[in-house]
Design a protein around this ligand. Structure first.
Ligand code: PHE
Length: 461
């Protein structure tokens, strides 16, 4: 086992960085739009169930693996499984995660780049006055050069921070960004709730009508839970490996889950309310649901909110930051593997990994409108375009697969002793049995059912 491994600088260090990883475009961009596509209410209920029944226990399991091994995912599985043949076999779980990390990173950078564009738009509006008609989102998607430039800017920022390492880069950056983001988000929601569309929006989001939930919605909710909590690819294993033994894994995990879910719900409340309040917005949003974040919020800032002209550009900077704290953790998954495995310096590992991922990003950036063949690939029915294809591949196949491996590994292979030692739970208590039962039985069966459904050709769109 590695000795002298870096640790988070403070007790809050892990929670902040892990929440920074979890809170990101998954909450602000993806959750509102898939909730919209899946008709709200019932989808939210299923999502919450997935978060607390599957997400929380698997997050605990991932952090446990990282801290116990003091290594990133691939070598962690290998070492804890006892090395040799068995170690190699278990390390496949880590490799699936690394693959997922690279895939997600490649398209995530593209959407993250959009926040830089929105920042620029808002800056202009703040000086010249808001003009909803001048948004030009569709034209923006088709501008390949701009898409690649924004993506490149984001890749460089990510690589720069990952290079500086734990503590110096990641921890410091997230500790400053997260609290400001929370404050702005709360102000946004409070303002949104003064709008006429409030009741309709809240009913749409929180009154479940199960007959309106498409069957795939259940599966989609589970995939989104993994994605949003950054699970199934070893991000929490890597971050967990820097946690000190004194910290409570269960409490940290609970914090991260609650913060992440709270954020997703707040974002959805704000966006749904705006959509139901501003005439004509429903049509614009439905035309490009993936762009909901970038289409809806300016309306609120500029037409409703005291101080909105100042907060709008600031908000999109923070969206970029939230995305950055997620891309950092994805970058860390791939980079820490190369450091632990190959003995590369952090600098070299980050530079090489970023370059490889960037090649994929360019293709994803060109697939949102600029290059027709890339926009038309349709591997998953109803989800044309390389970007959506990669998103589906990662969220619906790779993350659940990684999660399955982890929960089986911790539940059955490491089993009771690890839970007792690492989590400070007492044998015979309800929480111990519940956790063990979920990790051993409930989570594996649920994920298996999910994957079987995917493989049997259920449409996930
Ligand atoms: N959880 C992040 C988000 O919601 C995305 C992410 C997934 C980050 C997996 C790291 C690992 O935006």
């Amino acid at each position: 086992m590695a000795t002298g491994r870096a640790h988070w600088g403070s007790r809050l260090g892990f929670v902040m960085a892990a929440a920074g990883s979890a809170v990101g475009l998954g909450n602000l961009w993806k959750f509102p739009y898939i909730t919209w596509e899946n008709n709200g209410g019932a989808f939210v209920v299923v999502y919450l169930a997935a978060v607390f029944v599957l997400g929380l226990p698997i997050m605990i399991a991932e952090i446990l693996v990282g801290r116990r091994a003091q290594l990133s995912a691939v070598p962690a599985f290998e070492t804890l499984a006892g090395g040799g043949r068995r170690g190699r076999a278990w390390s496949t779980v880590g490799w699936v995660g690394v693959l997922a990390g690279g895939v997600i990173l490649s398209y995530y950078m593209v959407i993250a780049g959009w926040s830089l564009w929105s920042f620029h738009k808002c800056l202009v509006w703040s000086f010249t006055g808001y003009d909803a008609a001048s948004l030009g989102f569709d034209g923006f998607l088709k501008d390949g050069v701009l898409q690649v430039i924004l993506t490149a800017a984001f890749s460089l920022m990510t690589a720069g921070i990952v290079m500086r390492g734990i503590g110096g880069g990641i921890e410091r950056a997230t500790r400053i960004m997260m609290p400001v983001l929370v404050a702005i988000m709360l102000y946004l929601v409070a303002t949104a709730l003064t709008m006429d569309g409030r009741d309709e929006a809240l009913a749409k989001l929180f009154v479940p009508h199960f007959s309106e939930l498409p069957p795939q919605g259940v599966l989609l909710a589970v995939g989104q839970a993994f994605f949003s909590l950054s699970l199934g690819l070893g991000a929490m294993i890597a971050y967990g490996s820097y946690i000190s033994k004194q910290e409570s894994i269960v409490r940290s995990a609970l914090w991260v889950v609650v913060l992440d879910t709270g954020f997703a719900l707040l974002a959805a409340v704000a966006m749904f309310t705006i959509i139901f309040s501003v005439p004509g917005l429903q049509d614009r949003v439905s035309g490009s649901t993936v762009g909901m974040l970038f289409i809806t919020l300016p309306d609120l800032f500029y037409t409703r909110m005291p101080g909105g002209a100042v907060l709008a550009p600031l908000f999109f900077v923070l969206v970029a930051f939230a995305a950055l704290s997620s891309t950092i953790s994805l970058g860390e998954v791939v980079t820490s593997l190369m450091i632990d495995r190959r003995g590369w310096s952090r600098r070299k590992a980050a530079a090489i990994c970023s370059s490889v991922v960037f090649a994929g990003s360019v293709l994803a950036a060109l697939s949102v409108g600029a290059v027709a063949p890339l926009s038309q690939v349709e591997v998953f029915a109803g989800k044309p375009g390389l970007l959506s294809t990669l998103d589906h591949l990662a969220a619906n196949y790779l993350l659940p697969l990684g999660g399955l491996g982890t929960t089986v590994f911790v539940g059955w292979f490491l089993g009771r002793p690890a839970l007792l030692e690492e989590l400070g739970l007492k044998r015979g208590t309800i929480s111990f049995h519940l956790l063990l039962w979920i990790l051993r039985v409930v989570a594996p069966l649920a994920i298996l059912a999910l994957l079987t459904a995917v493989l049997a050709g259920w449409d996930f769109s």
